[in-house]
Design a protein around this ligand. Structure first.
Ligand SMILES: [Zn+2]
Length: 416
């Protein structure tokens, strides 16, 4: 079933129970996430849910309507430019088995393992059997990138793309969307793949977990994919259903970050480009490479960017609310920009050639973020390693854990 605003049969008389403060669409039951006002038009108080308002309002005066969809198999052929590695193939087989057994799965894979391609066969099989498929991620950037890749591979399939404000829908049979969009589906998908699961607090945000569970059909498979699993994810899939991939698709080791003990805020506040940072960028550019400089806060980035650009003309910066964000990323991709300062918005979902990475204020990042950031380098077969520097004022558990996770991957071990 799919929840639709204006059409379909009534599923619930109202979207929100105004007495108990429960949203029937997203199952939010925390009173502080509801808003109440008096509506002269309705002649009564109206309560609406703030948790899911960005996919359309669920309130106490409007019924929730649903439409039913019939299952429809399709041949669902796909095209891959390369052959899966032995490890990728083994992981792909496990997911196909899980699909037949209707069990869930956790794909614990190093960044750059080629996770997306590993689920192609399961997607194809699910669609051949008439199951609806959803590929979801908490991040809009990832959703867009994945939609492009899937559309390129599954050329005969109509693939929906859904995220806040954007809807490209066919028949909701093969859907790529943000996790929040799942609030609109009930008992619908036979296969749900959650990419970058660590980017939202799956274990602590019950609503999102509920959304995945409720959107899944009675007999279904949910595949969680992550480079940094937590206990909640393992519990979700079941410890016996964890598949690990410690090698990148091209087989090379991950670069180990080099830590430079240097804070930069003092210099930046005096409007000086920190010498250590300048030296690193100079070295990178001299080798004909390009660099992403990760900065913990927008306010610091705004001060740092002009200092970097004064020394390295063309150095740009990007953050999540930046309207020119996609143009700037393109510019980095085609090499017009060679130094790009960024917040964690580019920590995942992007691939640039000949890329090195510098993290300033590394002591303020958590290890999930740091692992993803390191994963930006060495993603291409013709540039399989790359360099990573952490500029940190002091050591932290997260820095140590990041280095341990990466060393373990290189040794073929996982960090659980
Ligand atoms: Zn809601």
């Amino acid at each position: 079933m799919i929840i639709k605003h204006m059409k379909g049969e009534i599923y619930m008389d109202r979207g929100v129970d105004p007495d108990k403060y429960i949203c029937h669409r997203c199952s939010n039951d925390m009173k502080r996430y509801f808003y109440k006002y008096h509506s002269a038009y309705h002649g009564t108080d109206v309560v609406y849910c703030l948790k899911c308002v960005n996919i359309g309002r669920s309130d106490s005066v409007t019924p929730l309507r649903v439409i039913h969809t019939a299952r429809k198999p399709e041949p669902c052929r796909y095209h891959l430019d390369f052959e899966l590695s032995e490890a990728q193939q083994a992981a792909s087989d496990r997911i196909v088995e899980a699909l037949s057994a209707h069990s869930d799965m956790l794909l614990y894979a190093v960044t750059g393992a080629g996770k997306t391609e590993i689920v192609f066969e399961a997607i194809s099989l699910a669609r051949r059997r008439g199951m609806n498929v959803a590929f979801v991620s908490p991040r809009i950037d990832v959703v867009k990138e994945v939609h492009l890749r899937l559309s390129g591979a599954f050329r005969d399939s109509d693939i929906d793309l859904l995220y806040t404000g954007v809807k490209e829908t066919f028949e909701h049979r093969f859907t790529v969307c943000t996790v929040h969009q799942l609030y609109n589906y009930i008992d619908h998908f036979g296969l749900i793949i959650v990419d970058e699961t660590d980017a939202f607090p799956m274990s602590s945000d019950r609503q999102l977990l509920n959304a995945v569970r409720r959107a899944a059909a009675a007999s279904s498979t949910t595949v969680l994919m992550t480079a940094t699993p937590d206990r909640g994810m393992i519990e979700f899939a079941g410890a016996e259903n964890v598949v690990t991939l410690t090698r990148r698709y091209h087989g090379h080791d991950l670069a180990i970050p080099k830590v430079v003990w240097q804070g930069i805020t003092k210099d930046v506040n005096r409007r000086r480009l920190p010498a250590g940072l300048e030296g690193l960028i100079t070295g990178i550019l001299e080798k004909g490479r390009r660099v992403l400089v990760f900065v913990p806060e927008i306010s610091l980035m705004e001060k740092l960017q002009p200092l970097v650009a004064a020394k390295f003309p063309g150095a740009d910066s990007v953050y999540s609310g930046d309207e020119e964000r996609y143009g700037k990323v393109d510019s980095m991709r085609n090499g017009r920009t060679r130094v790009l300062l960024t917040t964690t918005i580019l920590e995942r979902g992007v691939t640039f050639k000949n890329l090195d990475v510098i993290v300033v204020g590394a002591e303020t990042f958590n290890s999930d973020s740091l692992v993803q950031i390191c994963g930006r380098t060495g993603r291409k077969t013709d540039d399989p390693v790359g360099n990573i520097w952490f500029l940190a004022e002091y050591n932290t558990g997260h820095i140590r854990r990041t280095i341990r996770i990466i060393k373990n991957f290189n040794a073929g071990r996982t960090t659980l």
